[in-house]
Design a protein around this ligand. Structure first.
Ligand code: NDP
Length: 467
């Protein structure tokens, strides 16, 4: 039976600990991830999602834009004629969206940053790929560039919220175009991996595991350089607009800017932790990741911001809550962020240390308890170590709970007049629950009895002592 171990640590010159992983030598890497499992209801389920996601995005946007958050009947004819008119893709919106994406790609290619090794890729005989982690530099350069463009009148940031409908449509078209392009190029190159043989299902899940454009990893680029940055700029745009209309930025709109800043900043400052995450090592680059990152995340997670923006126009002043409620929302956001940030960094740094790829960084902010010293763990027969110390001793998916705390705070700050700002937290509950099931089934297959032992030692999934 596996037992609970304490990692042997040897301090390096910076006082940062590294796991002694000599025990990992001679471990054979088995490609347990090359197993085809039909998920999401198989081909029919994913077909419904590929049609349903864009329609849902238009529907929610239309209900907010034209009915101020009332959920009208989905087949209401007026709704769709207005959506077609107001969200029709324009050249202007196409230029804004594509130039932004190309600029981010340019930065991802040329900005300096450390190169981090990913986890061993079983399908590449255990090779570890290089990931150029220049997210922080790209993020700061993006902030400076947007300030200059706005300040000197080349591109006023308010254009984003004023063109939200066309921008969303352009993002949807971009999501589909990239999905088909990457799929076709991957098949032509013969780089497909873990294919089911059903073309619709494979389009949805993707064909390529690690597609690259030169030294840019496209999956990592799509996950962190586009969605959260666009989301952040939608909120900044609404805040600037609010400032221009009322002469101040309300606590509610400032909340959205802060919330989205924290997310995008976390992705940038902790980018070196991402190469060893599940999305990088397991998921392929298909519609699910591409569409959701290029279109779904920014243009559905922003619905709260859009609601605050439209309400301020309707009411002639921004939405304000009691100081107690505002404080509660901020406290929920910040405490959720703290747990989320430190839980992710504890596990990822533990894994990176194990992998021999850990690099200490001084990116801002480095939070207390973000790196564990001397953590407990379970040594699995497969070779990996499962962390049972730090936050991971309290619950197996504590980082999801923390992410949900943040997601609900994004809804709470909008009040309760319409359910639409709660789309993100509600959808996120569904996504994370499904992700937990997928991940736990996969880990149970991968680690067998060692996983049972982990579940015995850490019995709670989301909330310590409750569930
Ligand atoms: P993880 O990065 O946590 O990946 C799970 C994997 O981590 C498992 O498959 C296993 O991989 C490994 N693992 C699990 N438990 C342990 C442990 N105790 N010790 C060591 N390794 C372990 O999950 P996600 O990729 O799903 O999430 C990463 C973050 O991204 C989360 O904070 C999540 O909230 C966030 N997220 C946000 C989304 C959004 O839209 N806002 C969407 C999805 C995620 P292995 O096989 O290598 O052992």
């Amino acid at each position: 039976m596996p037992s609970k171990h304490t990692v042997k640590v040897k301090p390096n010159i910076n006082g940062i600990t590294s796991v002694d992983i000599k025990q990992k030598k001679n471990v054979t890497l088995i490609d347990t991830d090359n197993e085809i499992v039909f998920e999401f209801g198989g081909p029919w389920g994913v077909t419904a999602m590929m049609i349903g996601f864009p329609l849902l995005m238009f529907y929610l946007w239309g209900c907010l834009q034209f009915y101020r958050g009332k959920l009208v009947l989905p087949l209401e004819g007026e709704l769709w004629s207005q959506i077609i008119k107001e969200a029709w893709p324009t050249w202007y919106a196409t230029k804004i969206y594509l130039m932004f994406c190309l600029y981010e790609l340019f930065l991802a290619y040329f900005m300096p940053g450390p190169i981090v090794k990913g986890a061993p890729v079983a399908s590449l005989n255990g090779k570890k790929l290089d990931y150029l982690c220049n997210g922080v530099m790209s993020w700061y350069v993006t902030l400076i560039t947007s300030y200059i463009l706005h300040r000197y009148g080349y591109f006023r940031l308010t254009e984003i919220i004023d063109n939200l409908g066309p921008l969303m449509t352009v993002s949807i078209i971009t999501g589909f175009t990239i999905t088909f392009t990457v799929y076709i190029v991957t098949i032509i190159q013969g780089n497909q991996y873990r294919m089911s043989g059903n073309i619709v299902y494979d389009l949805f899940m993707g064909a390529a595991l690690n597609p690259r454009l030169g030294r840019v990893d496209l999956k990592m680029f799509a996950e962190i350089r586009v969605p959260w940055v666009v989301l952040f700029y939608i909120s900044v745009s609404a805040a600037v607009k609010e400032y221009e209309m009322f002469g101040y930025v309300s606590a509610t709109m400032a909340f959205m800017v802060l919330a989205h800043f924290l997310y995008v900043n976390a992705c940038a400052k902790g980018e070196e932790c991402i190469p060893t995450t599940w999305d990088m090592t397991y998921e392929k680059f298909g519609f699910m990741l591409i569409f959701w990152n290029f279109a779904g995340v920014p243009f559905t997670y922003c619905l709260g911001t859009l609601y605050l923006h439209l309400s301020s126009i309707d009411n002639g002043r921004p939405i304000q809550h009691s100081p107690a409620w505002t404080f509660f929302c901020y406290a929920l956001l910040i405490s959720g962020y703290y747990i989320w940030d430190t839980a992710n960094s504890q596990k990822n740094r533990f894994r990176m240390t194990l992998n021999g790829t850990y690099i200490p960084r001084s990116t801002f902010p480095q939070l207390p308890w973000g790196t564990l010293k001397n953590p407990s763990y379970i040594k699995t027969k497969q070779g990996n170590l499962i962390l049972t110390g730090g936050w991971w001793g309290y619950a197996r998916k504590i980082h999801y709970s923390a992410d949900l705390m943040m997601a609900f705070s994004w809804g709470f700050i909008c009040g309760f007049n319409t359910p639409i700002p709660y789309f993100y937290p509600a959808f996120f509950v569904f996504v994370l629950t499904h992700r937990v099931t997928r991940d736990m089934e996969r880990c149970a297959r991968k680690y067998g009895k060692d996983w049972d032992e982990y579940c015995r030692q850490v019995p709670y999934i989301f909330i310590p002592g409750v569930y």
